[in-house]
Write a protein that binds this ligand. Sequence first.
Ligand SMILES: O=C([O-])CC(=O)C(=O)O
Ligand SMILES: [Mg+2]
Length: 554
Amino acid sequence: MAFTLKERQLMGIHGLLPPALLDQDGQVYQVMQNFNRWTNDLDRYIYLMSLQDRNEKLFYRVIADHVETMMPVIYTPTVGLACQKYGMIFRKPRGLYITINDIGHVYDILCNWPIDQVKVIVVTDGERILGLGDLGAYGMGIPVGKLSLYTALAGVLPYACLPITIDVGTNNQSLLDDPLYIGLKQKRERGQVYDDLIEEFMKAVVKRYGENVLVQFEDFGNNNAFRLLERYRDSYCTFNDDIQGTAAVAVAGILASLKITKKKLSENVFVFQGAGEASIGIAKLLVMALMKSGLKQDEAHKQIWMVDSKGLIVKNRPSGGLTAHKEEFAQDHKPIDKLEDVIATVKPTAIIGAAAQHGAFNEKILADMAKFNERPIIFALSNPTSKAECTAEEAYKMTKGKAVFASGSPFKPVTIDGKTFHPGQGNNAYIFPAIGLTSIVCDVRTITEEIFLESAKVLSELVTDEDIAEGRVYPPLPKIREISTTIAIKLAEFSYDKNLAKRHPRPDDMTEFIKSHQYSTDYQTFVPNLYDWPNVKSGFRIHPPPPPKKNKYW
Ligand SMILES: O=C([O-])CC(=O)C(=O)O
Ligand SMILES: [Mg+2]
């Protein structure tokens, strides 16, 4: 209904639409009326996905205008629920499915994707969807949601985005028993066959889309996530969002928190609950940041303590379970089993939760943190909301308002005794769209650790004094779109400075250059201004143009 009368007449569709003209502003209003009718977020998700299928520009315009309302629906936490019910809510396919049975034919399947200009792929094998575990092919909601943010937050063109699920089976029995399950009904394939499939996939992607296509690994199980990152990080344009994207956003939050705690980075001591992808990623990036601030590597390691399911990670731990990544952070200390005892012993300045254990930051831990610190840093990063280590309200209440709090999933502001506290959302959504945009348009072929540290630094510098005064360590969500663009511009400068950008010549005006590659949600008119019709309001042709040429398919 946004087609003008001229457009309707030239296309020969006059009369096929209701007479009124409803421009995009009016359509946004109409969508919001519908959106607000739903009483739960899953229904809102279904509604928005059908809008995305029906009118992509309007979908992104709605997200842009209402980012704070929409992000928790198209992304975390609702996308987690949508993944759990993906078979039930399935309406229409979106994205590409490659299964273990397709070995030998992966390139052919990629050729079935009708678009040739793909620049970024988000791929999952569904083994660790958020903190919800193995959701197999139901995990497709995650690449779809992540790529929606590429467009909504950084302006990457929607058709340049390709969500992919690699289906090697699932070990989730309830999915195998689910009559609506959309994936292969078999246990997960592992070992050499799995590796062969991924190898074939990586090669096929480059063959189909070129060596500068960005492949973002998302929500793989621990073991594969680390292995595949090591294997491909130098030879492909790739990164792992859960290890590296999460690391950058967490380090940004810690850097910004220094303005509140009035401490130097090197004066902080960190305890991690969990030693998986996020914790190891954050810890490694923190070591880099600490070393840049003047510490030696072993001094940096001494500031970082990790607790996994077997307790404190210490050298030669009798209970074992130490991978090489964990070993790097093993302390010279006697074993301690419980997180609260570790915190009572180490007296950290910051605790970071990333093990999807709801309630792990209990009353004693939070109260202790407030005892040891004027302003304790409490990051409850696990997703979705149901897996957060503590809620925003618990963090503020139990520390008597002292906590510098951030969480992976969004929490609403909390008011205690008339004072309002604003939690930050320490979610990699502040990072990956910007890194992706820069990498695509500047042709950055290797996404180095320096890029993640730089993006953390840039993000932390975009936290304003007003944000800090409100206790925020991230910019408020309504600003996330402009923040993403600013990060992309700064990363582009950085990439050229460091010789990482392969697109030459270096643009003179980076802001203009980056913005010129961003998607516009405006409807484009395709009617040349040939006629100035005197009587357009009546809806009748006074000087009719020649009848529109019929498309042969009409
Ligand atoms: O998707 C999110 O909200 C953040 C993330 O990568 C995860 O939790 O795996
Ligand atoms: Mg993830």
